[in-house]
Structures are given as C-alpha cells and as structure tokens.
Ligand binder design. Structure first.
Ligand code: NDP
Length: 413
C-alpha cells in the first residue's frame, strides 16, 4: 500500500486500524480541531487566531530495531516524501543505529568586575554553591537528574559560573533558568558580588547524538547509473561539503528540513535547535556538514553527528494536543528515543537530497510536488488540482502564469 496514494480520511483510518492513534484522536484529526482560544492565549501574546501548517507523517523508519511512523509539520513540498524515501533505502539495508546523549544543559551566571580575592573566595565556596544548586529543583533530583558540573571561568572583567545540569526528559530551559536565578541569589549572599545575568546556554554541547546508516549499493541505482556509481558520487559530494562552506550550509539546511519538521510536530523549540546545531557546525573554526558519507564493505555508510536539543515533556509539549498526538504516533518513551528518531530523520533527508543532487538533480522531484501548490495558488479546486499539476509536470513550465492558463483551458473544455 502506498500511503501517498490514499485520501486524507483513508490515512487517518490506517493510523486508527494500526493502533497508532485512538478513536478520539482520529475524530479530532477529521474535525481538523486546532488549539483552543484559551490555550493560544496562554501560550502567546496578542493572539488573533492560530496558524496552520500541513501535518503529515513519514514512513519506513527503522531505528534501533523499532519501526516508526514519524509525524512532521512542514509547508515545503517534498520534505516528507524525501524523508520516507531515504528511510526506505536505509530500512532495506538494516535501519538506523543511534547513540543518543543525556540531556546536559549548560547555564551561566555572569558576574562583573570582581577582584582576584573575590574570585578566590568564590572558588572556596564551590561545594556550598554546588549543593545549593543541586537542591534548587528537588523534583529534578528525584527524577535522576540534577547538577553534573560546576566551573568558574574568567573572561577579562567578567566571571562566569557555569553549571552543567541533567534535565532528564525535559528540554530544560525553564528548569535551568530557575536553578540559575536561585543560585545567583545565593552567590550574592555569600560574596556580595554583582550578578549581571543568569541564563542557560543553547550551545547543545551536552546533547550531541550520533546516527549511523548503511545503504546497500542495490538501493541506490537509477536507470542511468549503477548503485556503486551513485554511492561514489555521494561520497564525492560529501567530501566537497567538508571543503566548501557554501555547500556545507545547504547540506545542513537539507538535514534541518526534517529535524525542524519533527520538532514542530512535537511542540519543541526549533529556535533552540537551530542555535545549537549551527554553533556546533562551526566548532572547528570552519563551518562543517553535520553528516559524512563514505564507502565500507561495498556499502554506503553515513554518519550524522550534531546536537539535538529537545524534550519529550514540559514546555508547550504537554499543552499542545497535536504535540501529544505526535508522541503517541511514535510511541515515544523518553527524550533519548525522540532524539534518536529526529536524528534518523535528519540523515534520511540528507541521503535523499544528495542522491537526487548527484543523479537527476533536485528539481525533478521537487517541482513535481511543488506543482500541486502552484495549481492551488492559480485557483484550482478539488479534482482540478491534480489535473493542473499533471499538465504542469508535462510542460515543465512551473510558473503561476502557466498554471493559470492550464486552469483556464481546463474550465473552457
Ligand atoms: P518546563 O518549565 O515545563 O519544565 C519541565 C517540566 O517537565 C517540569 O515541570 C517537570 O516536572 C516536568 N517533567 C515531567 N516528567 C519529567 C521528566 N521525565 N524529566 C524532566 N522533567 C519532567 O519546561 P522546560 O524547563 O523543559 O523548558 C522548555 C521551555 O522553555 C520551552 O517552551 C522553550 O521554548 C522555553 N525557553 C527556551 C529558552 C531558550 O532556549 N533559550 C529560554 C527560556 C524558555 P517536575 O517539576 O515535577 O520535575
């Protein structure tokens, strides 16, 4: 069965019959229920409505031996198709293997203009500061998280107290900020120093995941190229991305296409993820791709390494019904499992994009899907959409003018 050939109602029925969702969730999808006025008011200011984006799911994700359908929220045609396409090739060769991280979030308490004597006094109080911070969020400690590191750093006239905090399954920004602000007050009490600010860092250094995938050559061929040829060209393009910053940026954009779409679908803070990911890409001093592809034992082998900042609880995740639905569809147990699936999506999108680039080019598939949204923009409705899109694909003239002309002709028939 090809999911993309089903109607929306049939897809929802498929999810229901295969126990990804229950009847209540199916009804809410069918009624296209959006968030309530009260919820929108509590999440953001000056609200006048809620903004809808397409919500779908990618198929064929086999991650650490478990099958997933992966909900994605995205307005760009071809991202879900590309994720499913990449995942299917990888599934046939054994699936994704991931090495997720704990959720260590770093936070900074910044002091201004302290003397050497004050700095020494601060260091002498380090156990008291550590213990205070550790008890500043008791429930986190009960869940097995808490403070894992404390460091004092000096930058010219500034002193930074850096806390590493295990936030278990939460993204942790609010929890970390609460701990930092409480600890900052304690520091003022102990040393009388002036605190400039207390805030988490979105560096993502404590949340780096590695995802691996192997692809048999047989999964890569086209009608004009053998799988081995395609694999070699993918390796070449991967190598070029390590040398060319301009290419690395677009290589990574293709990875973020999938990652951000899952983060949006699960109510996660994709701005935090963007900040973490791109600072990591620049860690060596030259912006680098998040993934690398090489050939090993007659297989194409891909490795993605990057921070993935997210939570499976907390923030808007618990409040947004669609975020809860997404976690239910994936049957996610904790943040490490979600991080693994999100990383796998990034690598799947990457495989599809670079395979297309080194074979037919990106536009064939992309514009083929884009044609539907062009048809709608030209005014097509119902069965006209498919008819106009098909004609656009035949003429390969993907302009709004062409779409309008095709629609006009169709209506005159
Ligand atoms: P919350 O403030 O909702 O804190 C997480 C909550 O999850 C806690 O109340 C905790 O409960 C609960 N929880 C339940 N189960 C678990 C578990 N297994 N592990 C950990 N916690 C659990 O959200 P976050 O602290 O995660 O903050 C995320 C929000 O902060 C996002 O909306 C983000 O946009 C926003 N934000 C981001 C910033 C940034 O990135 N720079 C800055 C400021 C805010 P309990 O207390 O009982 O342990």
């Amino acid at each position: 069965m090809k999911i993309y050939e089903l109607t929306l109602e049939q897809r929802i029925k498929y999810l229901l019959e295969n126990e990804y969702i229950d009847q209540r969730q199916a009804d809410s999808l069918l009624k296209r229920q959006t968030i309530s006025k009260d919820l929108a008011d509590s999440l953001s200011e000056n609200q006048i409505g809620s903004f809808s984006l397409p919500y779908g799911f990618a198929t064929d994700f086999l991650v650490n031996g478990k099958d997933y359908l992966v909900p994605m929220t995205i307005e760009e045609p071809s991202v879900i198709a590309a994720a499913s396409n990449g995942a299917k090739r990888i599934k046939h060769s054994g699936g994704f293997k991931t090495f997720p991280s704990k959720r260590i979030v770093y936070g900074q308490i910044v002091l201004e203009k302290i003397t050497d004597i004050d700095f020494e006094q601060l260091e002498q109080n380090s156990s008291e500061i550590f213990n205070f911070a550790q008890n500043a969020h008791p429930s986190l400690l009960r869940r097995g998280g808490g403070i894992v590191s404390l460091k004092f750093n000096r930058y010219d006239e500034f002193t930074e107290i850096e806390l590493g905090i295990d936030t278990v399954d939460a993204m942790g920004a609010n929890m970390v900020n609460t701990i930092l602000e409480k600890t900052a007050h304690k520091i003022v009490e102990l040393t009388n120093d002036d605190v400039l600010c207390s805030i988490l860092s979105n560096s993502g250094q404590g949340q780096v995941i590695t995802v691996e995938a192997r692809v048999d050559f047989a999964q890569l061929g086209t009608k004009d190229m053998t799988g081995e040829q395609v694999a070699n060209r993918i390796v070449q393009l991967s190598s070029f991305a390590q040398k060319s910053v301009k290419r690395a940026i677009t290589h990574n954009k293709g990875i973020m296409n999938g990652i951000d779409a899952v983060l949006l679908a699960t109510g996660n803070d994709f701005r935090a993820q963007e900040a973490a990911a791109h600072s990591f890409a620049f860690e060596s001093g030259q912006y680098q791709p998040f993934s690398e592809w090489h050939i090993e034992d007659a297989q194409l082998v891909g490795t993605l390494k990057m921070p993935i900042e997210l939570g499976s609880v907390g923030g808007a995740i618990r409040a947004l019904p669609m975020a809860q639905l997404s976690l239910a569809i994936m049957k996610i147990k904790d943040s490490q499992e979600l991080q693994s699936v999100v990383g796998a999506v990034g690598l799947a999108n990457n495989l599809s994009a670079i395979r297309a680039l080194v074979t037919t080019g990106i536009q064939t598939g992309h514009m083929g899907l884009q044609s539907k949204s062009l048809a709608v923009s030209a005014g097509a409705v119902g069965s006209e959409i498919h008819a106009v899109a098909e004609k656009l694909n035949q003429t390969k003239d993907y302009t709004i003018k062409n779409a309008e002309n095709i629609l006009k002709e169709l209506r005159e028939k």
